[in-house]
Ligand binder design. Structure first.
Ligand code: NCD
Ligand code: ZN
Ligand code: ZN
Length: 343
């Protein structure tokens, strides 16, 4: 009998994750914490996380939901223009970064910033830069949907230039323009999702509409996907894996007015392994999914080894807990790798 191939991932990190709250958190939290060592948790709850009390309470609820696993939730604060230096100095050690959303650009971002003018953002950014707090950004304008990220590039540039000591993370990049910008400024970094390495707009809307692949930023053109994939496969040192796994209940996806977000937590490591194997790049997967983020964010992790085996896995049609449910990417389909053991 031919022996099965196996592959090990050490201390995997998901540097862009939505865990929501309450029963949805209890449903999706363990689907990340069982296989990942840690994750950067997005603050776009309703209302968003803007106080120390809300932040610490949320971190505690995440720890309880994920209590079975060795897992570190790296929580973030929702960017506001009026945070004082004293407030940020006090909260600095509890957060991994602050997430900036242009108002209304994505799910639960209504109270984000109304202007991306550097002068308007300056007070908070100056404090962050002095305190060494990284800035994570959802970088889209409100222009034509396919151009929103590209149009945001000058804004990234203006912030990168104005605050050379501020670490700026371009979240969930989807274009070759963003990949090109990465190498222009020392203080620019990026995350990329699994789905943006796999799909283009064709998969979302080129045939029958697939609401489970609808997300912000929308998937782009084949040449964008190639640029993202090339950078990920070589584990570009400024690029990190961030799933942007963004669960919404089934009835909010399969309806008129579909919510944006793709739910990938339960399949992320298996499909990444499939993708890197297909492109003969498995030797770079640990850098892409862990080492780059450890270096960029100065993280120190306990050992956790995920052993994957090349064995078919049928993705569940739906994940459920009490009244919550969520449909994963590739629901009901077969993927080529499975999780064999977690140590
Ligand atoms: N990516 C998405 O399409 N949705 C995210 C928000 C975000 O990351 O922009 C969500 O919170 O649902
Ligand atoms: Zn976003
Ligand atoms: Zn997100």
């Amino acid at each position: 009998m031919a022996s099965l191939s196996t592959f090990e991932i050490n201390e995997p990190l998901d540097m862009h994750l939505h865990l929501r709250d309450a029963d949805m958190l209890k449903l999706v939290g363990p689907l990340t914490s069982n296989t990942f060592s840690g994750a950067l948790i997005m603050p776009n709850l309703v209302p968003p996380i803007t106080t120390k009390e809300a932040l610490l309470g949320y971190k505690q609820r995440i720890k309880e939901a994920c209590a079975k696993d060795k897992f570190e939730p790296y929580v973030t604060l929702f960017f506001k223009n009026d945070y004082s230096y004293e407030f940020l100095a006090d909260i600095k050690d509890d957060i991994i970064g602050i997430k900036l959303y242009p108002a209304g650009i994505t799910t639960n971002s209504e109270t984000g910033v109304a202007s991306m003018d550097v002068e308007v953002l300056r007070p908070t950014l100056e404090s962050m830069s002095k305190l060494g707090i990284p800035l994570c950004i959802h970088g889209e304008t409100n222009g034509f949907v396919m151009d929103r990220e590209k149009e945001f590039m000058p804004i990234y540039e203006s912030i990168a230039k104005a605050f050379p000591n501020l670490k700026i993370i371009m979240e969930h990049i989807t274009t070759k323009d963003a990949i090109e910008l990465l190498d222009k400024y020392d203080n620019l970094y990026a995350t990329v999702t699994l789905h943006h390495l796999l799909i283009t707009l064709d998969d979302v809307a080129g045939g029958m509409l697939n609401p489970h692949l609808f997300c912000k930023p929308i998937a782009k053109r084949p040449e964008d996907r190639s640029a993202l994939l090339n950078a990920a496969l070589k584990a570009h040192p400024k690029l990190m894996f961030g799933s942007d796994s963004a669960p919404h209940p089934k009835h909010k996806k399969e309806c008129c007015g579909c919510a944006a977000g793709v739910f990938t937590s339960p399949i992320a490591l298996q499909v990444l392994t499939e993708l890197f194997e297909k492109h003969d790049a498995l030797e770079n997967l640990n850098a892409f999914v862990s080492l780059n983020a450890q270096r960029i964010y100065n993280l120190f992790l306990e050992k956790k080894t995920i052993k994957l085996v090349k064995k078919d896995f049928t993705v569940p049609a739906i994940y459920e807990y009490k009244n919550e449910n969520v449909v994963p990417m590739y629901a009901g389909e077969t993927i080529l790798w499975s999780i064999e053991s977690i140590n």
